[in-house]
Design a protein around this ligand. Structure first.
Ligand code: RP5
Length: 159
């Protein structure tokens, strides 16, 4: 099936984090694609990806990067699709650099920024699904079931 969510990341090393977005979309049966697209190492690949995304059928882009994480903002500047940014935890500053790079967009080009690391990647997948579910009632049902399963899995007591 044609991908409707594009998951991109600045490096293969980001996959350990970004795979959690893919896992959620897999569980919700949302067609998605996964690519390495670096703003500074492959800038032309980034431009081509962002400029072709909507025409190829993508509806939402999830972009993860670490350090000077300009990928989500750069991609958002090149497409009207909603871009969800995931700050990858960096070695030097534990991802605070990634978070501030992604969240502090000047007014005019929005990036929906999630938490640092695994939680952010998971929630980016869930948020992408929620956006798509506004016009896809079958997906809304699957998302509701996912939430219910999460609720059902919470124990009454830690003992
Ligand atoms: C960023 O630099 C990537 O998003 C990654 O988080 C970080 C480190 O990349 P590698 O040196 O591991 O390739 O561009």
């Amino acid at each position: 099936m044609t991908a409707v969510v594009g998951i991109i990341m600045g490096s293969v090393s980001d996959w350990e984090t970004m795979r959690h977005a893919a896992d959620v979309l897999e569980a919700l049966n949302v067609p998605h694609e996964v690519k390495v697209v670096s703003a500074h190492r492959t800038p032309r690949r980034m431009v081509a990806y962002a400029e072709s995304a909507a025409d190829r059928g993508l509806k939402v882009i999830v972009a993860g990067a670490g350090g000077a994480a300009h990928l989500p903002g750069m991609v958002a500047s090149l497409t009207l699709l909603p871009v969800l940014g995931v700050p990858v935890q960096s070695a030097a500053l534990s991802g605070k650099d990634s978070l501030l790079s992604i969240v502090q967009m000047p007014a005019g080009i929005p990036v929906g920024t999630l938490a640092i690391g695994k939680a952010g990647a998971t929630n980016a997948g869930l948020l992408a699904a929620a956006i798509l579910a506004t016009t896809d009632s079958d997906l809304a049902g699957r998302l509701q079931a996912w939430r219910q399963a999460q609720t059902d899995a919470v124990a009454d007591s830690p003992l």
